[in-house]
Write a protein that binds this ligand. Structure first.
Ligand code: PBG
Ligand code: ZN
Length: 339
């Protein structure tokens, strides 16, 4: 018996109506149920500026809520952070005295090694990462060794190795080279391994654009270059393929985690790196991004909490596992207030 053609009613039912994505947006419970990402505090890293000397917390003018802390205030601070649910910190030091070489950067009793010890004592569970660079220690403010106005690559590597060892010896879990010198990850890995610090991880500032958004940081660190700019070592913001080559180089050289910065101007790089590499990816929401959101929030131009959380989930969507952000404490507080 030949089969009859489909009855018209059934054919109509098989034709799907419009895609109704609003079905799962009807209630908060449904929306939470299908949410793909969150602004999770456990994935945030809180940056801390460590100031030389014994003065009290000094506010950073362009970054409301952010201070520079003397080492002796870091124990209590670390205790507070841990109790707020913060899991990791990234330390930025500054020279007790600056010189052309930036030699205080590798002193065993410099501010960062001292800070690492103080934080570790007060909050042993906190993951401690340290920024490895020279710019806050050199009189000229550049991230490397300068001869005749030129920032030299290979002589800088040796100094960065010394800095990394000083931080690792003090007990840093992670060192984070930010100088953008070629070969810095390989050199630091080799130096750490040879000095008995095979367990110290490297968080590489892999893609770091020469950015207008570092201004408030340089004010805090007094690390603006005295002449020229950083464009001979930091990436041109116009370039993404070159940024991917930087990431590739750092992965190959043995970086445990690769980071991009600024965060919101690097969403394309996060998404592309996520597809290419299986290492953990980090984004640094830098000082200018923080200052901009704080300023807009303070003027009522945007709702600060909503705007900040939106940026953090955007970074997660793009592929970041971790985000370094000056908002970490605010995010933890907001989650406590009303999750
Ligand atoms: C130093 C360093 C900078 C930042 C991180 N490490 C500043 C710079 O390159 O001038 C920027 C961080 C921020 O703006 O929050 N090499
Ligand atoms: Zn630097």
């Amino acid at each position: 018996m030949p089969r009859r053609s489909e009855p018209p009613a059934r054919a109509a039912a098989a034709r799907p109506g419009p895609v109704r994505l609003r079905r799962l947006r009807r209630t908060p419970a449904l929306r939470d149920w299908i949410a793909e990402t969150d602004a999770e505090v456990r994935r945030l890293v809180y940056p801390i500026f460590v100031r030389p000397g014994r003065g009290g917390p000094a506010p950073v003018r362009s970054m409301p809520g952010i201070h520079r802390y003397a080492v002796r205030d870091l124990g209590p601070l670390a205790g507070e952070l841990a109790s707020e649910g913060i899991r990791s910190v990234l330390l930025f030091g500054a020279g007790r005295s600056k010189d052309a070489e930036g030699s205080d950067a590798w002193s065993p009793d410099g501010v960062v090694p001292s800070a690492v010890r103080a934080i570790h004592r007060a909050a042993p569970g906190l993951v401690i990462a340290t920024d490895v660079c020279l710019c806050a220690y050199t009189t000229h403010g550049h991230c490397g060794v300068v001869r005749r106005g030129v920032v030299l690559n290979d002589p800088t590597l040796e100094r960065l190795g010394r800095v990394a060892i000083a931080h690792a010896r003090a007990g840093a879990d992670i060192v984070a080279p930010s100088a953008m010198m070629d070969g810095q990850v390989a050199r630091i890995r080799e130096t750490l391994d040879r000095s008995g610090h095979a367990e110290t991880a490297i968080l590489a500032y892999a893609s770091k654009h020469a950015s207008a958004f570092y201004g408030p940081f340089r004010e805090a660190e007094q690390s603006a270059p005295a002449f020229g700019d950083r464009r001979t070592y930091q990436l041109d913001p116009r370039n993404a393929r070159e940024a991917l080559r930087e990431i590739e180089a750092d992965v190959t050289e043995g970086a445990d985690i690769v980071m991009v910065k600024p965060a919101l101007t690097s969403l394309d790089l996060l998404a592309r790196a996520r597809l290419r590499y299986d290492v953990p990816l980090a984004a640094f929401q830098v000082s200018g991004e923080y200052a901009m959101l704080k300023a807009a929030g303070a003027r009522g131009v945007v709702d600060e909490r909503a705007a900040v959380e939106e940026t953090l989930v955007a970074l997660r969507r793009a592929g970041a596992d971790l985000t370094v952000t000056y908002f970490a404490r605010d995010v933890a507080r907001w989650a406590r207030e009303a999750p």
